[in-house]
Design a protein around this ligand. Structure first.
Ligand code: A3D
Length: 320
C-alpha cells in the first residue's frame, strides 16, 4: 500500500509544527513547501534527523517547486504572513489574497485530488478565495478555525471547572475573528451542559462570559505575548485532527469553515459550521438550530465574513 502524502504549503511556524506532528504520527510522507529557499529544506532535514530517536519512518522533503506536491492526499496551507501586535486578522487580507492565488494555482495544477485545509488568515475569506483559485470541488476545500477556537474554549472551561480537558466538549461557530460564536448551550463536561453547571454552582454566568470573551481574544492574547508572530502549536494540532479524520475516514464531527449551499440560509460562502469529515472530504454540513443571541451572533459574524469577501472582490475581480 502506497504511503499517504501530506503537502504543507508554508514552512513557517505552523508549517514546521505541522511537519513535526505529521511525521510523529506517521500520517504519511511530508513535503514542506515555501518560497524561501533553504527554509523548508533546513526544517525537514532537522526533523528527519529526529526520526531515529523518535522511531518514525515518514520521509520529509523541503521544496520550492510546486511539482514536488504532485499527488498529495492532503494539502495544508499556512502560506502568507501572520499578525503582529496591533494588527487585526483582516489587515492581512491584501497580502495574503495574492499568496492564495499562487498557492491555489499550484494546488490546482499538481494536487487536484487532495483534501485541502486552509489556515491562512483572514481565514473565512482566504479559504473562499483559495477554493476558487484552485478550482477544486468545494467539499474538498475547507478552513481550520473552529477546532482551534473550540479547543481554546475547552481549555479555559477545564481550568474553570477544575476537570480534565478530556471531559470537556465545546463548540465555537461563525467566522474566525472577533465575531466568533462560542455556543455555551452545546458546551458540556461529560455531557452536562455549561448552563446546568452554572445552576449547580460550579461557576457563575459572569465567569463564563469572561471565558467567552477570552476565547474570542485567544489569538490576540498570544500575539500580544509573542510580539513577533501568532499562535502555532494549537493551530497545527487542530489542522492535523481534521487531516486525520479525512485520511482515516473517521467521520469526526468538527466545527470547520465549510462552503455553504443553502445551509443556515446562506450560499456561496465559507463560514464556521459543524461538519462531518470523512474520505469524501466535507461529507455533511450539520445544521443545528441557533437560538436568540446565538443566531444574532452568528448573523453578525456572517456579515463580517461577507465584508471581507467584498474586500477580496475589490482587489481581485476574478473572484465570483
Ligand atoms: P509564518 O511563520 O510567517 O509562516 C508563513 C510562511 O509562509 C513563511 O515561511 C513564508 O515564507 C511563507 N510564504 C509566504 N508567501 C508564500 C507563498 N506565496 N508561497 C508559499 N509560502 C509562502 O506564519 P505562521 O505559520 O505563524 O502563520 C501562517 C498563517 O496562519 C498566517 O496567515 C496566520 O495569520 C494564520 N493563522 C491562522 C490561525 C487560524 O486559526 C485560522 C491561527 C494562527 C495563525
Amino acid at each position: 500500500m502506497a504511503r499517504k502524502k501530506i503537502a504543507l504549503i508554508g514552512g513557517g511556524q505552523i508549517g514546521g509544527t505541522l511537519a513535526h506532528l505529521a511525521a510523529l504520527k506517521e500520517m504519511g510522507d511530508v513535503v514542506l513547501f515555501d518560497i524561501v529557499e533553504g527554509l523548508p529544506q533546513g526544517k525537514t532535514l532537522d526533523l528527519s534527523q529526529s526520526s531515529p530517536v523518535e522511531g518514525f519512518n515518514s520521509k520529509l522533503k523541503g521544496a520550492n517547486d510546486y511539482a514536488d506536491i504532485a499527488g498529495a492526499d492532503v494539502v495544508i496551507v499556512t502560506a502568507g504572513v501572520p499578525r503582529k501586535p496591533g494588527m487585526s486578522r483582516d489587515d492581512l487580507l491584501g497580502i495574503n489574497l495574492k499568496v492564495m492565488k499562487a498557492v491555489g494555482e499550484g494546488i490546482g495544477k499538481y494536487a487536484p485530488d487532495a483534501f485541502v485545509i486552509c489556515i491562512t488568515n483572514p481565514l473565512d475569506a482566504m479559504v473562499w478565495a483559495l477554493q476558487q483559485f484552485s478550482g477544486l470541488p468545494t467539499n474538498k476545500v475547507c478552513g481550520m478555525a473552529g477546532v482551534l477556537d473550540s479547543s481554546r474554549f475547552s481549555h479555559f472551561l477545564a481550568e474553570e471547572f477544575n476537570v480534565s480537558v478530556q471531559d470537556v466538549t465545546s463548540f465555537v461557530l461563525g467566522g474566525h475573528g472577533d465575531t466568533m460564536v462560542p455556543l455555551i448551550r452545546y458546551s458540556t463536561v461529560a455531557g452536562i451542559p455549561v448552563p446546568d453547571l452554572i445552576k449547580m454552582g460550579w461557576s457563575t454566568q459572569e465567569k463564563i462570559d469572561q471565558i467567552v470573551q477570552r476565547t474570542r481574544d485567544g489569538g490576540a492574547e498570544i500575539v500580544g505575548l509573542l510580539k513577533t508572530g501568532s499562535a502555532f502549536y494549537a493551530p497545527a494540532t487542530s489542522a492535523i485532527e481534521m487531516a486525520e479524520s479525512y485520511l482515516k475516514d473517521k467521520k469526526r464531527l468538527l466545527p470547520c469553515a465549510a462552503f455553504l449551499s443553502g445551509e443556515y440560509g446562506l450560499s456561496d460562502m465559507y463560514v464556521g459550521v459543524p461538519v462531518i469529515i470523512g474520505e469524501g472530504g466535507i461529507e455533511k454540513i450539520v445544521e443545528i438550530e441557533l437560538q436568540g443571541e446565538e443566531k444574532t451572533g452568528f448573523d453578525h459574524s456572517v456579515n463580517a465574513v461577507k465584508g471581507l469577501m467584498d474586500a477580496c472582490q475589490n482587489i481581485d475581480s476574478s473572484l465570483a
